[in-house]
Design a protein around this ligand. Structure first.
Ligand code: TYD
Ligand code: MG
Length: 454
């Protein structure tokens, strides 16, 4: 039925080559090829057809689509696009110690509390360890548990106990007796994930897979893992801090920009229903370089403090370090500042970070980043009460964005009463005395001149 040959798979892009090379010929990444066994399946040989291979009208499949499993954590359901879809695979990624196992155990406990059967498999912790944690969290004592890292065991347990939801902690720890490659290796992770996916799809079980992330923040294992699953969730935050964010970067069943916020306490993770002021720093900064942004996540405006630091470069090529905001976007904004507003930071090291580990993907965060950079460059702080939103174009123009009213309300809720907004929203936001309209980024310099304490 299948012929076996050896191939080399790129850890990054998933491309296959027949020879080992130092550099992936497809994506150009160095040292990323791992040996793997490719089986060339003869798909015709066993083509008797299964239940799911019947061709039918899309309308017939509609009823199944609406059958979702809700978790009891309203915000998690929202991030998932309205609950778990049976037969789907959700990858939950996050740094070690961030709280993935805690979140999953709490979700499992809540699901069981609502009458949904859950099988929780851990390849990393023993039943005693997990039971201790469950006890401390005061939940999950009715969850079926299996300590195993063996795929065959897991699949047989899945068929025996027939849960509605399967939790696998973690995909990196799973291996199969039939595989010869190293556990945790790229080939192993990929095979394990696709085998599990096939099983849960056939059984109509919703499945959570915990995935570790590398230092760079990418999910460890092949990129193909992300293509394989239906939903990719990221659990983020600063390990030392108490706040955590759950967001999705891929969702076949919903929008990707919803988020859920949690506080990690002695009793586990507690949802934070109004996270809007979570990402403001508590101390008022006396030096320049800070500006409050109002990005929208899903339908919810969040206030987030952007901090910029500008220092004389020590090397010929200045450093650009950016966390919580796309690095390429920062490069563009620096060029716009230099060419269109006369704020030259080209020869300086520039560091930008967002307080609390939030990632801002909303283009409306541009204006706050520009404001923080300009303030850091001039070494002048804005007086307290300022917040910024607006997209910045290549010509330096400040572009209108959606959710103007909602952003305004969020800012006022946190006692921010000098809000800089795109001039394009002048009509929409008319009659709001606390709004300053801006047409072009060069006006930032005037604003600093006028408002900032020297
Ligand atoms: P864990 O869920 O084990 O992280 P991960 O699975 O992502 O590696 O969480 C580990 C951290 O969470 C640990 O440092 C302790 C902390 N924690 C609490 O603060 N309160 C709690 O109730 C629990 C269960 C864990
Ligand atoms: Mg864990």
């Amino acid at each position: 039925m299948s012929r076996v040959r050896s191939v080399f798979v790129c850890r990054d892009c998933g491309a296959e080559t027949l020879r080992w090379e130092g550099r992936c010929p497809t994506c150009g990444e160095w040292n990323s090829l791992d040996e793997s066994v490719a089986s060339q399946l003869d798909v015709r040989a066993g083509s008797r057809g299964t239940k799911s291979s019947r061709v039918r009208r899309l309308g017939e499949a509609n009823g199944e689509r609406s059958r979702r499993i809700t978790t009891g954590f309203g915000d998690v359901d929202r991030v998932l696009g309205g609950g778990l879809v049976p037969g789907s695979v959700v990858l939950l990624g996050g740094a070690p110690g961030i709280g993935k196992s805690t979140l999953l155990l709490q979700l499992a406990g809540d699901l069981v509390g609502r009458g949904t059967a859950v099988l929780y498999v851990s390849g990393e912790e023993s039943a005693e360890q997990v039971a201790l944690r469950a006890d401390r969290l005061g939940t999950a004592s009715d969850v079926d548990f299996l300590a195993s890292s063996d795929l065959e065991d897991i699949v047989s347990a899945l068929h025996r106990s027939r849960p509605a939801v399967l939790c696998v902690d973690s995909i990196q720890s799973m291996s199969s007796r039939q595989m010869t490659s190293a556990p945790g290796g790229v080939a192993q992770v990929r095979e394990a994930a696709s085998a599990l996916q096939r099983e849960v799809k056939a059984a109509g079980v919703a499945c959570f897979l915990v995935g570790h992330v590398t230092k760079g923040g990418a999910l460890a294992g092949p990129r193909t893992l992300e293509h394989l699953v239906d939903v990719v969730l990221h659990f983020e935050g600063q390990r030392s801090g108490e706040h955590r964010i759950l967001r999705s970067s891929k969702n076949r069943f919903g929008s990707v920009d919803e988020m859920a916020a949690f506080r990690m306490g002695a009793g586990g993770l507690e949802p934070v229903p109004d996270p809007s002021a979570l990402f403001l720093s508590q101390e008022t900064t006396e030096t320049g370089g800070a500006a409050v942004a109002i990005p929208v996540h899903g339908s919810r405006p969040i206030l987030a403090e952007v901090q910029a630091l500008v220092a004389r470069a020590r090397f010929a090529s200045p450093q650009r370090v950016c966390t919580g905001f796309p690095g390429r976007r920062l490069a563009i904004l620096l060029a716009v500042l230099e060419k269109k507003a006369g704020v030259a930071l080209g020869e300086q090291d520039v560091f930008v970070s967002v307080v609390g580990g939030l990632r801002m993907a909303d283009p409306a965060a541009d204006l706050a980043v520009v404001a923080a950079l300009a303030s850091a460059g001039a070494d002048r702080p804005y007086p307290s009460g300022f917040a910024f939103f607006g997209e910045v174009g290549l010509g330096g123009e400040v572009r209108g964005v959606s959710h103007g009213e909602a952003r305004l309300r969020a800012a006022r809720g946190a006692k921010l009463t000098r809000i800089v907004a795109p001039a394009a929203l002048e009509r929409e936001l008319t009659g709001n005395a606390d709004v300053l309209f801006m047409r072009h980024v060069r006006e930032i310099a005037d604003l600093l001149e006028r408002e900032a304490a020297p």
